[in-house]
Design a protein around this ligand. Structure first.
Ligand code: BDP
Length: 572
């Protein structure tokens, strides 16, 4: 269903009262799908619009689909979607970074022209996913921003599908892999809509038959298994057959374990060398684009990186499929960031409200985070590239109420997936003496900006303080430490012989300093640099054209730090 749809911004919130779904949308605006709408038109009002926008298209399924089950699927509709097929509401969904689908068999007429309308709201609250807040400006408009440091792009960000299956069909497939010596064990579990027999066949990467079984749940044995390894994403193929329906799932056999201070993949210590990134680019905003995705993964490979954190939300499934095939190690993050009012530097008089106090994140927000973890794990659990769930970015982990807020999220993740470790990323305001939640998690993940927000311009002190803090974490926890973020902003093209803040040289020096400290520390299992590329944020005095901590500019040109890192990562 991708392509150019009709579009109307609902500035006066009239769409519902005027039943915009029941006829052609007013106006003549076209909008590409997938894409964010914000930067598509030279229109400031649209860019910063808070409220509803409407998308509309038509679908004419072939007559040969008669009698089949027809499904309408949205891979990502940011953030709150209501979908009509003709005059009927077909679906409602909250959370723009995870998919939803709906059976529209009874709503669509095969061979006819069917109108499909989507109303999208981008209004933020503490329980929206991602969370944010709004305020009325002196000029009388509503202004809002995420509590996190990225622009609130909105739109039909990912592919939209209309597909058909047999009426009696496969609903879901879950796989888990284990190793017994050199034998791989694949536990599979198929959910079906009826009660006919399920059969499965496992093929190797060349299509050769490996093993088969009958039944909706069983274990397949793979003698002398070819393992999925970092950098070498070997995939088997599980073909599931149920009546007239057939579905295939790529399967990578590998194990993950945290053993004391080591992060083990297939029993071998793994050192993370990678980045955090944003789904962000000029014009399309957060809209998924296969060309950009392949290019970005190629640049990651050029850097010598072996891993990626899906900052700060679930990525499109195409990205995880790519990572599976190419052996890229992924830390998969929910959109539940940042639950932290101590980090909210927006205009304010007086001290910040307490993060988990009466004006902050309460039970509704916590339930939204639990749901976000559940939906993420249900979507991504079959991907061998995913080695850990990141359940929150920089929550207020030093605050009263942090433990009560985070513990149910951790419990949900562990119940749904006992095979993967879980983490959250710690903010510098919560060093080991103040943190209240790290014992709930498997790894210590630190976002650290010594040399930038702390000891800016003074790398000698930055290095000493970073070392000292790592020692304190290592003293307290027998867990691996991962530097999940580090870096400095740089203006591409700004140079100095003596590195000073904002130059490309200074950015390189900060990243090199953290690498030196990390490599010399026994407890540290790797370094992720923030960020892969420059990206757009809300407007702020510290954000000239956005966040400039990219190794690449927003249009993917390398800065000095990219060459530096490549030298270190390719050589090591
Ligand atoms: C961390 C956040 C990240 C920000 C980064 C920064 O996790 O989203 O963009 O700092 O300030 O707090 O550059």
């Amino acid at each position: 269903m991708d392509g150019v749809w009709r579009f109307a911004a609902d500035y006066s919130a009239a769409g519902h009262a005027e039943r915009w779904w029941s006829a052609e949308l007013p106006g003549t605006v076209d909008m590409p799908v997938p894409a964010s709408y914000n930067d598509l038109l030279p229109d400031e009002r649209l860019r910063d619009h808070v409220g509803l926008v409407w998308y509309q298209t038509h679908a004419r399924p072939p007559r040969s689909w008669e009698g089949r089950r027809i499904v309408l699927r949205f891979d990502g509709a940011a953030h709150d979607a209501t979908v009509w097929v003709g005059d009927t509401i077909a679906a409602r969904h909250t959370g723009g970074f995870l998919p939803f689908e709906v059976d529209v068999t009874d709503l669509l007429a095969c061979g006819e022209r069917n109108r499909i309308t989507v109303a999208l709201s981008n209004e933020l609250s503490f329980s929206s996913m991602p969370p944010g807040r709004s305020h009325r400006t002196p000029a009388g408009t509503v202004s809002q921003a995420l509590t996190a440091d990225y622009f609130n792009y909105t739109g039909l960000h990912r592919h939209v599908w209309l597909y058909a299956t047999p009426a009696d069909h496969i609903e879901d497939v879950a796989v888990r892999t284990r190793l017994d010596g050199s034998t791989g064990l694949i536990d599979y579990d198929v959910t079906i809509s009826g009660s006919a027999e399920v059969s499965v066949r496992l093929r190797d990467a060349q299509g050769g038959h490996v093993s088969s079984a009958v039944g909706a749940a069983s274990t397949l044995e793979v003698p002398e298994a070819h393992l999925w390894e970092p950098g070498a994403g070997y995939l088997y193929r599980l073909e599931v057959e149920y009546g007239q329906d057939i579905y295939e799932v790529p399967v990578g056999i590998r194990t993950i374990e945290v053993d004391g201070r080591r992060f083990l993949i297939n029993g071998k210590p793994f050192t993370f060398k990678g980045v955090g990134r944003h789904e962000d680019s000029p014009i399309r905003g957060r809209g998924h684009d296969d060309a950009l995705m392949v290019h970005d993964f190629a640049l990651l490979d050029w850097l010598g990186a072996n891993s990626l954190r899906t900052t700060h939300y679930p990525y499109p499934e195409e990205a995880l499929d790519y990572a599976d095939r190419h052996g890229v190690v992924v830390i998969d993050e929910t959109a539940a960031g940042m639950v932290n009012l101590a980090m909210d530097f927006g205009p304010r008089t007086g001290p910040p409200p307490e993060t988990f106090g009466p004006e902050g994140f309460g039970a509704e927000a916590r339930d939204a985070c639990v749901r976000a973890a559940r939906e993420l794990i249900e979507r991504d659990r079959n991907h061998p590239s995913v080695v850990m769930w990141c359940l929150s970015n920089e929550p207020d982990s030093a605050a009263d109420g942090a433990r009560e807020f985070l513990a149910p999220i951790v419990a949900e993740a562990r119940a749904l997936d006992p095979t993967r470790p879980v983490c959250f990323t710690n903010v510098f305001l919560a060093p080991p003496e103040r943190d209240r939640i790290t014992d709930l998690f498997d790894m210590v993940c630190l976002n650290r900006y010594q040399g930038w927000y702390v000891n800016g311009g003074d790398l000698a002190s930055a290095e000493l303080e970073l070392r000292a803090e790592l020692d304190r974490w290592a003293e307290r926890y027998d867990k691996p430490i991962l530097i999940t973020e580090c870096g400095a902003d740089s203006l591409a093209g700004l140079h100095e012989t003596a590195p000073t803040m904002w130059t490309e040289e200074y950015q390189s020096a900060v990243i090199a300093m953290v690498a030196r400290v990390a490599e010399q520390h026994d407890a540290v299992a790797g370094q992720h640099v923030w960020s892969f590329a420059d990206f757009l944020t809300r407007q702020e005095v510290i954000r000239p054209g956005g966040n400039l901590k990219g190794l690449f500019t927003r249009d993917r040109k390398p800065k000095a730090a990219a060459f530096d890192l490549r030298r270190r990562w390719i050589e090591s």
